[in-house]
Design a protein around this ligand. Structure first.
Ligand code: NAD
Length: 280
């Protein structure tokens, strides 16, 4: 069965619309997200535009904060601090990458954990590691939501995650562990990736290598989730050889139309969660 990320994301957006309306009834304003873009990287500009448009569709007010590429460290920090202190800003997102003279760790550290809708802060990652409540990175959260909505239960399953980045692989592994899966994390130094993958009931590919996962790496009946977004000859493709893997998998996500649409949907969900929690 092909997992339809676009359909699930649309369903989530409809649910969020109801949540923002309820928030408005209670608070007299919409939940709000501040998006900070430093410089004018064209890919970042496009991501920001998409996020702002997605916010408007579900009733989240967005604040588009632009700073020049040569902004000083002090000014950049001050801009994020202002948003951190602003009572009507529920979520803050600083679009990465930053210009080279700015240290992303230092800038991101200015976002309070309760407004950190990307889930990148040390406090939120720590909470996830401890199995506590917090805001979780959007892409791995989106994968968990897909599993949930397709009634795929991680408990007792062997999950293999390819990739150990701080924004996808590691939080993904922790979420699966918190959901009672037995988790193996593979990375570029894993000696026998094929053998590890073949033991997976749930295989999550997040390496950023086109067609890394071939059909012979997929166990019969496995659930295959492809997080990869790679450009090959101008077309978008995942980390999984879809045609081959599809023959073996019980469930599989396509690229595009699988995990991708879920990432923005979960960002919107995190903004609503952050807004609601601030007034609990
Ligand atoms: P990254 O480059 O930070 O991390 C890649 C990880 O994969 C590393 O841990 C590395 O050790 C591992 N890896 C690389 N080559 C490998 C190999 N040959 N065998 C085993 N492991 C290998 O990337 P990232 O930010 O985690 O993103 C991973 C992929 O997911 C990229 O394609 C990215 O574009 C995509 N992505 C998609 C979304 C989405 O919304 N769908 C969001 C974020 C990232």
């Amino acid at each position: 069965m092909i997992i339809d990320g676009r359909a699930v994301a649309a369903q989530i957006r409809a649910e969020l619309h109801a949540r923002t309306a309820r928030f408005f009834e209670n608070r007299g304003r919409n939940p709000s997200l501040a998006v900070v873009l430093i410089g004018s990287d064209p890919a970042s500009e496009l991501y920001i535009r998409n996020k702002i448009k997605a916010c408007a569709e579900v009733g989240i007010r967005s604040l588009d904060v632009r700073l020049p590429a040569d902004v000083s460290r002090e000014e950049a920090i001050a801009a994020v601090r202002r948003l951190a202190a602003d009572d009507e800003t529920d979520g803050i997102l600083v679009q990465l990458p930053l210009p080279p003279h700015l240290d992303p760790r230092e800038i991101l550290a200015e976002i309070p954990a309760e407004k950190d809708v990307d889930g990148f802060s040390e406090k939120n990652i720590g909470a996830l590691a401890l199995g506590q409540d917090g805001l979780v990175a959007c892409t791995p959260l989106g994968v968990m939501e897909l599993l949930k909505r397709y009634h795929i239960e991680p408990r007792g399953k062997h999950a293999v995650v390819i990739g150990r980045s701080n924004i996808v692989g590691k939080p993904m592994a922790m979420l699966l562990l918190n959901a009672d899966a037995t988790v193996t994390v593979c990375h570029s130094r894993t000696p026998d990736l094929k053998e590890e993958c073949r033991r997976a009931d749930i295989l999550i590919a997040a390496a950023g290598r086109a067609k890394l996962v071939t059909g012979d790496m997929v166990k019969e009946g496995a659930v295959v989730i492809d997080v990869g977004m790679n450009r090959e000859n101008g077309t978008l493709c995942g980390d999984v050889d879809f045609k081959e893997a599809e023959k073996k998998a019980s469930f599989i996500t396509p690229v595009p139309g699988g995990v991708g649409p879920m990432t923005v949907a979960m960002l919107l969900a995190n903004v609503c969660t952050a807004a609601e929690k601030r007034y609990k």
